[in-house]
Design a protein around this ligand. Structure first.
Ligand SMILES: [Zn+2]
Length: 69
């Protein structure tokens, strides 16, 4: 059974201050039950392999769920 292809991979123009999910994010920043954490791929440096870390997009931080329980 083939999956449904309903995802549009168009790229919107980057707007200033517009929130978006980084590859390493589990949720949008500010989402209840989530919090900022150091990027596990670059350890918060924002640099990975001499380049901008793709996981956190160079910010060194990602948004993860912090659900306790
Ligand atoms: Zn990173």
């Amino acid at each position: 059974m083939s999956g449904t292809q309903g995802q549009d991979t168009r790229q919107d123009a980057p707007g200033a201050g517009q929130p978006h999910l980084k590859p390493g994010d589990e949720a949008m920043a500010g989402t209840p039950g989530t919090g900022e954490d150091l990027c596990p791929d670059c350890s918060g440096t924002g640099i990975r392999g001499g380049q901008e870390c793709p996981t956190c997009e160079g910010s060194g931080k990602i948004t993860q769920g912090i659900g306790g329980g």
